[in-house]
Design a protein around this ligand. Sequence first.
Ligand SMILES: [Zn+2]
Length: 255
Amino acid sequence: MSILKTPIAKCVERLKGATKFRPAGLCYLCQQHCKAAVCEVCEQDCLFFNHQKVAGNLLNWPNIKQGLTPGPYQKMCALSYFQWPLDHLIRRFKYGHPLLAEPLAQWFLRYSAASSGQLPDCLLPVPISPWRFAKRQYHQTLLLADYLGKHLDIPVMPKWAHRRGWQRSQQSLGRRERLRNLKQAYELGSGNFPARVALIDDVVTTGATIATLSRLIHQVAPHTEIMVWALAVTPNKADQALLLPGRQILSNRQA
Ligand SMILES: [Zn+2]
């Protein structure tokens, strides 16, 4: 008798298979031996946002705010611009390496200002389309939200909204096309929104997705404060003056 594999069993198989693509015991960036996914030297060489310059909110930096689609989100935290080496790690995370959720979420806790300010009451992972989930076999923003929620003791609402199935991918679209595409793309699920929520995203590009989702939330919960937690942002102009190496951020904190 043949055993039919459930979608979950297939997903677990795929997640196990993904570890094959990581060179065993080597850093994802420099390929030197280390136990972690990225070695300490590479991590501390990475450039992260200097959150002191923006008082913990990237929307206070004009070059970032002006590049984003306006929406009712009030605060944004991210690790850095979508540039080397973060772009490499995020692409790998999104395309076949779900285990990178853990080191990327650890970096977010260590280097972003998110956990230093007032924490949200719940985490809302940006939904993925069923088509994308079927292809990818995991929901990358939910993996991040789960890790962050566990470590900050904040509940995650995995089914707060869903994305309808067959809209075109956002990646190749300009700002106007993205907005048109997104207008009908998302639908709220069940559940009430608390006073303060954080949208969890991997990369904020034009901000069209977070603007659309924020408006949806405010349609039913107009007083909810919305913050955005993302791994990276892609502004019109990446101002390098806003960045510091990881080691400097850590030593400033200890001083
Ligand atoms: Zn390394």
